[in-house]
Design a protein around this ligand. Structure first.
Ligand code: ACO
Length: 432
């Protein structure tokens, strides 16, 4: 079977062949399609990248219709059950799970890069007492760039690896500082005796007691949540990381941009909005009226719908199971009843069925985070910590890909084609 697309241009009846590779044609092959030599050639128009592959990637696979998510070929369910977040981060970055020796070395390296320069404390102190932690995170990631000027050598593999370790290690410390700042609490330094997640919990919640002891159930739940959030192929923030990284900006600045993209309510910021929505609904009896408003187009059901998943988001299913384990320790979050009923009603309703709208990862994560004691403002920061691994894996792949160049989309210009500028004097002369 020939593997090419034959295109007939009806404007002049010319025929063109575009080879098909991996279910795609090269957009640049369309440029040959012209009506005359002056013609620029055909482009595709694809606002929001609905049907455009911008890269080849071997990191994460999603089958949105079947509800499948795999990192480097492993099902997300198996990784969530059997691995730690740091092992999964290694997998995303290196393509293979670490051997026991590699695991030990990797954990050691991350653990020994969690400290922040003391100036960062002053920097974070400069924010208002009620600053949104995502704003603090984004700004501090960018500020880290000034501490590691070598990071701009993005084509040096050793330098690249050093920044990857630093970013995965330090983002948890920055996140904890943003939390403590908002609460008016002194910052807690990292503790090298603890696992990645326990250390994060220690930096968040240690008070004057001599030793904070993390609940193993909460620590494991947080670790599983980190695994589920670690990567999700070419989503809005990963695409941002790639676009900014394609200009050869350093990874701190690229990641600040990616985290900014994550903060939006249509992306990672949705977890914060879900909690606000559940608060607004208030009680199970108010759900039908709320759904009516959603269907009338007045609001969106936050935590529902996905560009790629047209089936149940597999991460939402795992999170629902983790929720029960967390509630054994923290007590049940009464918002869960509203969420479960909301999901039940929505999944039976024609509006949602026809549009294939299912709960996404954000629908249940906030309920767990709240039960753990987090305010909604922290939810997106909790998403960003593990997504650092995915962003860096995507960035690393990008900078080593010989097919990649600086990202620079085209446009369809719809403005005035040309006009002559008249100064005020000229206008006066004409009108005199
Ligand atoms: N509630 C109600 N209606 C919805 C929702 C929703 N959450 N999501 C989509 N729809 C409707 C749209 O209005 C549209 O209806 P129409 O065909 O009558 O116009 C249809 O479903 C298709 O939706 P689009 O907006 O075209 O889908 P798109 O792929 O552009 O958007 C998105 C995906 C942004 C995730 C959207 O579903 C949404 O806004 N959801 C709520 C926010 C959210 O939960 N975001 C988190 C996503 S997961 C993540 O980023 C981690």
């Amino acid at each position: 079977m020939p593997n090419a697309l034959t295109i007939t241009d009806q404007r002049n009846n010319k025929t063109y062949e575009a080879p098909i590779e991996n279910g795609t044609i090269r957009a640049m092959d369309l440029r040959k399609i012209k009506t005359d030599p002056e013609d620029f050639g055909l482009m595709t128009y694809d606002p929001a990248f609905m049907n455009t592959a911008s890269c080849k990637s071997s990191i994460t696979f999603i089958d949105g219709d079947k509800g499948i998510l795999r990192y480097r070929g492993y099902d997300i369910e198996a990784l969530a059950e059997k691995c730690t977040y740091l092992q999964v981060a290694y997998l995303l970055l290196h393509g293979e799970l670490p051997t026991p020796e590699q695991d030990q070395q990797w954990t050691y390296e991350i653990t020994h890069h969690t400290m922040l320069h003391e100036n960062i404390k002053n920097f974070v102190d400069g924010f208002r007492y009620d600053a949104h932690p995502m704003g603090i995170l984004v700004s501090t990631l960018a500020a880290l760039s000034t501490f590691y000027p070598e990071a701009k050598n993005v084509h040096d593999p050793e330098i690249r690896q050093r920044q990857i370790v630093r970013l995965i290690a330090k983002i948890a410390t920055v996140a904890a500082y943003s939390y403590r700042h908002r609460r008016g609490l002194p910052y807690v330094y990292p503790d090298n005796d603890l696992s990645y997640t326990e250390n994060f919990m220690n930096m968040l919640w240690k008070m004057p007691e001599p030793k904070y002891v993390a609940s193993p159930v909460i620590a494991r739940a947080l670790d599983v949540l980190f695994i589920l959030h670690a990567d999700h192929e070419q989503n809005c923030s990963a695409a941002t990381m790639r676009v900014v990284g394609s200009s050869q900006a350093d990874p701190y600045l690229s990641m600040a941009a990616a985290a900014s993209a994550l903060s939006g309510p249509l992306h990672g910021g949705a977890n914060e909005e879900v909690l606000r929505m559940l608060d607004e609904i208030g009680s199970v009896k108010n759900i039908p009226a709320y759904i009516k408003r959603v269907k009338a187009g007045e609001l969106k059901l936050m935590g529902f719908g996905h560009r790629v998943y047209k089936n149940y988001d597999p991460r939402a299913r795992i999170i629902k199971a983790v929720a029960n384990e967390v509630f054994e320790v923290t007590g049940r979050n009464e918002k869960l009843d509203i969420a479960i009923e909301l999901e039940r009603i929505a999944l039976q309703d024609d509006y949602f069925v026809q549009r294939k709208l299912y709960p996404n990862v954000d629908f249940y994560s906030g309920i767990i985070y709240q039960a753990m004691g987090f305010q909604p403002e922290m939810f997106t920061v909790l998403f960003a910590i593990p997504r650092a691994a995915g962003w860096l894996a995507q960035w690393s792949e990008l900078v080593q890909d010989p097919e990649q160049k600086i990202s620079r989309p085209r446009q369809v210009y719809t403005g005035i084609s040309h006009r002559t500028l008249e100064t005020a004097d000229q206008k006066q002369t004409v009108h005199a």
